[in-house]
Write a protein that binds this ligand. Structure first.
Ligand SMILES: *Cc1c(COP(=O)(O)O)cnc(C)c1O
Length: 432
């Protein structure tokens, strides 16, 4: 499989090159030359296959021969070795729980796959790979856990001081080994800017082999197709589901659209957005107008210029009509998010996190006007990651999952720096 740049001003590359580069040199996003179709055997026997088998069959045509099949199988087994259950919430709505991985958010799937691939590729390179990642909370910990102990790699995380939750901070700062957390006295935007400057800095690129780990990387984006297959594997009806995806950068929903284009039976997609409503406005007006993001309770979706929109355009041949046939969108405010968490808990005993709540209520609204259908929303994070918000609404404390209990007694270890590129540069030049 070859990948071209959506800006069409870079050479085509294979999976290995695309994964190492992250973004194309012309600043476009890599997109596969064709969408491989699932075989009828794959679809017919979905229910009897293991999670790792499904992952392997889905990703094989995208990876091609740059990773030997035995290695790729091992990577797939490692990527999905936690539960991904589909739970029924009420008569017509199911929750695909993607928060049972090590960092309690769906990003574990893509981050684990990507880190294993880069770990494999770095084996035949004598240079250590330095992964630089700016995070507003979830991405940094998923990426760091993915790379923890992976030989030939080290991870430098930049996070905004005081702007991530307590649990998120412990997840970022207590790993040790090849992971370093830089606590930036600024905002997420500052962190992202510093990382961008590092990628553009000639001295740093001469001295270090820098790579990025955000969702534009094909090795993080494409494996997100796996769990749409697991959703269908557990779906009890013959009528295909409507699937609602809490969306920010639109990587997750775009992966679902790829799986559907490959033949996975999905009735319709819903882009569930918070007040950051650029895509919702696009469906209403036909115009895509990025804007500054606004802060909401579902902070992982606070994106004013969703980077994967270009991939959706690519998949649907730049056709507004095709896009609006396949996807509906809703923009949900914080008040509705809180009301939904409370109502769903009181009525059905199911605890939503703020992101899942946006997905749930968007699906509910769609089903109200499309009777006879049933659907799935993607629960992208464990409610405990946002315990301040959730506990206040449901009126009691959340149980902390066993897997994160040990974190609570650990000591945070981070290096405090100013939001200035020269401080980051000095750190990177002196510590390698
Ligand atoms: C990253 C994230 C999202 C948004 O996913 P995109 O692929 O950026 O659309 C939603 N929910 C949670 C909890 C996240 O961490």
């Amino acid at each position: 499989m070859l990948y071209y740049s959506t800006n069409r001003d870079s050479e085509k590359v294979n999976f290995k090159e695309a994964a190492i580069l992250g973004q194309a040199p012309d600043k476009g996003l890599y997109f596969p030359e064709l969408v491989p179709k699932f075989t009828s055997d794959f679809l017919k026997n979905l229910k009897t296959k293991s999670k790792a088998e499904i992952a392997f069959e889905v990703i094989l045509p995208y990876v091609g021969d740059v990773i030997p099949a035995v290695e790729l199988k091992k990577i797939c087994e490692h990527t999905v070795d936690f539960d991904i259950p589909l739970k029924q919430v009420n008569d017509s709505i199911f929750s695909l729980e993607l928060f049972h991985g090590p960092t309690l958010a769906f990003k574990d799937v893509g981050a684990r796959f990507m880190s294993s691939c880069l770990g494999y590729f770095s084996k035949d390179s004598s240079r250590e790979v330095t992964v630089l990642v700016a995070t507003s909370g979830d991405t940094g910990s998923a990426v760091a856990h993915g790379f923890l102990g992976v030989e030939g790699t080290r991870v430098i995380i930049l996070y905004p001081s005081g702007k991530v939750s307590k649990l998120q901070e412990l997840q970022l700062t207590t790993l040790g080994k090849n992971i370093t957390a830089l606590e930036v006295k600024g905002t997420f935007d500052n962190c992202q800017q510093m990382v961008k400057e590092a990628f553009a800095d000639a001295d740093l690129n001469k001295k270090l082999f820098l790579t990025s780990a955000n969702s534009i990387n094909v090795a993080r984006w494409l494996p997100q197709q796996f769990y749409y297959c697991y959703a269908l594997q557990q779906w009890p009806y013959t009528l295909p589901p409507v699937i609602s995806v809490p969306s920010g950068n639109f990587g997750n929903i775009c992966a679902g659209l790829m799986a559907a284009a490959a033949g996975l039976p999905v009735k319709h997609f819903i882009a569930a957005c918070n007040q950051n409503d650029v895509f919702f406005k696009y469906l209403q007006t036909g115009q895509f107008l990025p804007k500054q993001s606004v802060a909401t309770l579902s902070n992982a979706m606070d994106v004013g210029n969703p980077s994967n929109f270009v991939r959706i355009m690519e998949l649907f041949h730049n056709s507004y009509e095709e896009i609006s046939n396949a996807i509906s969108a809703f923009s949900i405010d914080d008040k509705t998010t809180l009301e939904t968490i409370e109502r769903v808990y009181k009525t059905y005993g199911y605890i939503l996190d703020p992101h899942g709540a946006v997905g749930y209520v968007a699906l509910e609204k769609y089903l109200q006007t499309n009777p006879g259908l049933k659907g799935i929303f993607i629960e992208t994070a464990h409610p405990v990651k946002f315990s301040n918000t959730v506990e206040q609404v449901i009126g009691h404390n959340l149980e902390i999952p066993e897997s994160v209990q040990p974190l609570l007694s650990k000591q945070k270890s981070s290096l405090l720096i100013h939001p200035r590129f020269d401080e980051l540069k000095q750190f990177l030049m002196e510590n390698n």
